[in-house]
Ligand binder design. Structure first.
Ligand SMILES: [Zn+2]
Length: 778
């Protein structure tokens, strides 16, 4: 630990000689030439090696470096550059993302194996650069806008630039800077007024291409060459061309990311990160304003409780936040780019609402998407269902490690007159404050525990400075003690508490946050449900910890009714992998329900749910009348899903390895309901069945008009696709919904029944169901 600090201070001492008005410690966002920023940042991120992190963050950080980045397949990264065309349109992005993440990780760990690897990958990548600067995976006939509808060529160059600039910063390899200049010059020669429009070379209305804005500004900062700054301004002006995405002008007028361009979340956030860089370089407020508007809109209307956004990779309507696997929510690329936008705005403004969001994202969605072993990531991470970890190359597997590699850069930050503590985690940091080396050390079991002990060390005779502690917005009552005594300023939730004094070595601060469990009542699509938070952690019920409670999405939390003061949570141990475990009583169940942090939930493959049912609550407006109904089916099957949990991805089957003449799925209500429409969601098709064979007739909808009475046909599900015992019908996707209307009827129970299919194994047959819903349309 100590040797890293010495190295860190060696670098700092060199940089301190530069005639730079900014901080002496170079930020991890690219080496900057003096005079290339017109805006002085409110606070500065620290070099990755200035802060050593332990605890949960340190564990995940180390696993990211060792289990993921050291093991990335270099040949696959470089294949598309060596043998053009690459096997897929954006395959070239991975090498730049790797170089960005692994260069940061090398700077933080000083692991010589990482240094060898990044040097080899960068050198091999640069060998494929063509004399005109081209550094992509396309053949000449498809380059830069000549590959209509699937053009990711500029996008790939964006990641080349981000990766090589970071590699240059931490290795000093000047060839990398020269390669970046050459890429920048090629882009300038190709696009601009009187040349090709950059919009022609990017999908998502051009946003994929224009997100090169961020590294173009960083290239300007690294070189002070004004041509790159001019090109950055051109990129922004191109948005307003006919059919352009109008990112800036649309956000200024509509104030909605949903209504801007095509709403593609990752590409839009990437452009906003670039706008923040352009604001920093120019001081022109028109570049900052759209980013602030987008942040407000996302955080108020479109952010999941776990700190990420998007469904199907796009921003959705206000408060439309589906939870399940089928909705493809919270792409990891979106989580990481949201982290980067918050970092930009934190640097520019110093406001703690951005570090509050960083805490929410990091401790919940970012670590929730990373497998605890560090070697795999979720592409989408649901709030209900299962975590689909994978380690085959895709955009998110390349993005996630960048988000984790950034962590040590913002646990602390420096300001002109002090140190900010942004994240709480066991850690030690050396921060340059006005040329004085200040050490801050945190001892804590945060985020599980809420007590943090900080020790400050400053050289004798150092000037007074401020230590600013982030008081999280969720911590209603925070206690702060300095050397065992009270402090004169009162901590305010959602603000930094500034302690300004002449610090002496060994000064101690103890902070105690309000870790009382909070019940967050759901609204809109989560109406009637509640989520539980303890400190910064969103909790989830995980079936692996509650084997008697299946399906997990239907469990109810007692004390989560109208009177939430009855809600009580009990700590019940835990382990390194599960994190803390809590218990809460459940209505009618013999055993309490066990909750674990979302970051650990489902990490062994078991289903989990964040939003839990509140007893006696009415269904959400527009919800199925069968929600919470009692389920039954013709055979128990071997899937632990639910057909009344509003999530078609949690399906059930009637599989029992036998030939079945009929299969049915039913939901029974305690009180009768009037219905005139039923929706049946297909579960999943397997090689040996899982669907209805319609050759002798489509599935039938039946109801019980008396409690426990006979089943009566009310409709035939004509929209169910034609299929046979061996072949599924056209359009029978997993989770696909089929509806039928019929004259209103009062029903105690609803059932869909038909002949199950056998696929390639005629010795048996079975059907599946993802969801059975009923409605009354007036
Ligand atoms: Zn992605």
């Amino acid at each position: 630990m100590l040797s890293n600090h010495i190295r860190s201070w060696g670098v700092t001492a060199l940089i301190a000689l530069l005639p730079c008005s900014l901080m002496a410690q170079q930020e991890p966002t690219g080496l900057a030439q003096p005079g290339t920023a017109r805006v002085e940042d409110a606070l500065h991120l620290l070099p990755p090696d200035a802060t050593q992190t332990g605890g949960l963050l340190g564990d995940r950080y180390e696993k990211n470096a060792v289990a993921r980045l050291l093991n990335v397949d270099e040949t696959e990264l470089l294949e598309g550059f060596r043998h053009k065309p690459g096997k897929q349109a954006w395959i070239g992005e991975h090498v730049g993302k790797f170089l960005h993440a692994a260069s940061l990780a090398y700077a933080g760990t000083k692991d010589p194996r990482l240094k060898e690897k990044i040097t080899r990958v960068a050198t091999e990548l640069m060998k494929t650069q063509e004399p005109d600067g081209y550094l992509g995976t396309y053949t000449p006939s498809t380059r830069f806008g000549l590959y209509p509808n699937a053009d990711w060529d500029v996008w790939v160059h964006k990641y080349d630039l981000l990766g090589l600039l970071t590699y240059y910063q931490y290795t000093g390899d000047k060839n990398a800077l020269a390669a970046c200049r050459s890429v920048g010059d090629l882009l300038i020669n190709t696009f601009g007024p009187g040349k090709k429009s950059i919009l022609s070379a990017g999908t998502h209305m051009g946003m994929a291409a224009t997100s090169v804005l961020e590294p173009i500004v960083l290239l300007y900062r690294a070189t002070a060459d004004p041509r790159y700054l001019d090109f950055a301004k051109y990129i922004v002006s191109a948005w307003d061309e006919p059919n352009g995405p109008k990112v800036k002008t649309s956000l200024l007028t509509e104030k909605s990311v949903r209504k801007t361009a095509n709403g593609k979340a990752y590409e839009m956030l990437s452009n906003l990160v670039g706008l923040c860089e352009l604001y920093r370089a120019t001081g022109d407020r028109q570049y900052l304003e759209p980013a602030l508007i987008a942040w407000n809109d996302v955080s108020k209307n479109r952010l999941y409780i776990t700190g990420s956004g998007s469904a199907g990779e796009h921003w959705q309507d206000d408060y439309h936040l589906p939870n399940g696997n089928n909705a493809s929510i919270c792409e990891t690329c979106v989580t990481v780019t949201w982290e980067q936008l918050n970092l930009q705005l934190l640097r520019l403004t110093g406001e703690s609402k951005y570090s509050d969001q960083l805490e929410r994202s990091v401790y919940n969605h970012l670590l929730g998407a990373q497998k605890p072993t560090g070697d795999a990531w979720c592409y989408y991470t649901p709030l209900q269902g299962t975590k689909p970890y994978g380690n085959s190359t895709n955009c998110c597997l390349s993005s996630g490690p960048r988000g984790v590699a950034l962590l040590p850069t913002f646990v602390y930050s420096s300001t002109g007159d002090g140190v900010n503590v942004n994240l709480y985690t066991p850690s030690k940091s050396m921060v340059d404050v006005g040329g004085e080396p200040i050490t801050v050390e945190q001892k804590t079991d945060y985020p599980t525990g809420g007590t943090v002990s900080l020790t400050v060390s400053a050289p004798a005779n150092s000037k007074p400075f401020a230590l600013r502690l982030r008081i999280p917005g969720w911590s209603t009552h925070t206690r702060v003690a300095l050397n065992g005594g009270p402090v004169t300023v009162a901590p305010q939730p959602g603000e930094y508490l500034a302690l300004r004094r002449k610090w002496r070595s060994g000064d101690r601060i103890q902070v105690t946050f309000d870790m009382s469990p909070k019940l967050i009542l759901g609204d809109h699509e989560n109406a009637g449900k509640a989520a539980v938070m303890v400190g910064p952690l969103v909790l989830a019920a995980d079936e692996g910890h509650n084997p008697e409670c299946k399906p997990i999405a239907r469990c109810e939390v007692a004390g989560a009714g109208e009177d939430t003061s009855k809600f009580a949570l009990v700590a019940a141990g835990g382990s390194k992998n599960s994190g803390p475990v809590y218990e809460v009583s459940t209505r009618g169940a013999a055993k309490p329900l066990r909750l674990v942090p979302f970051y650990a939930a489902g990490s062994d493959g078991s289903p989990f749910a964040v939003w839990l049912n509140r007893p006696g609550q009415r269904r959400a407006a527009g919800a199925s009348l069968l929600s919470f109904g009692e389920e039954s089916r013709s055979a128990e099957g071997n899937q632990s899903g639910s057909i009344t949990d509003d999530d078609p991805s949690t399906f059930v089957v009637t599989f029992n390895d036998r030939k079945q003449e009929e299969a049915w799925f039913a939901a029974t209500l305690p009180q009768p309901a009037t219905i005139n429409r039923v929706v049946f969601c297909h579960g999943r098709s397997f090689h040996d069945g899982g669907w209805f064979d319609t050759s002798a007739g489509k599935p039938r909808v039946q109801v019980q008009k008396e409690k426990g009475g006979k089943w009566e046909d009310v409709a035939v599900l004509e929209s169910y696709p034609d299929s046979t015992a061996v072949k599924t019908g056209v359009g029978l996707r997993d989770g696909a919904a089929f509806a039928v209307k019929f004259p209103a009827v009062k029903a105690y129970a609803v059932c869909v029944s038909g002949r199950p299919a056998s696929g390639d194994n005629p010795a048996q047959s079975f059907a599946s169901c993802g969801e059975l819903r009923a409605f009354y349309d007036r």
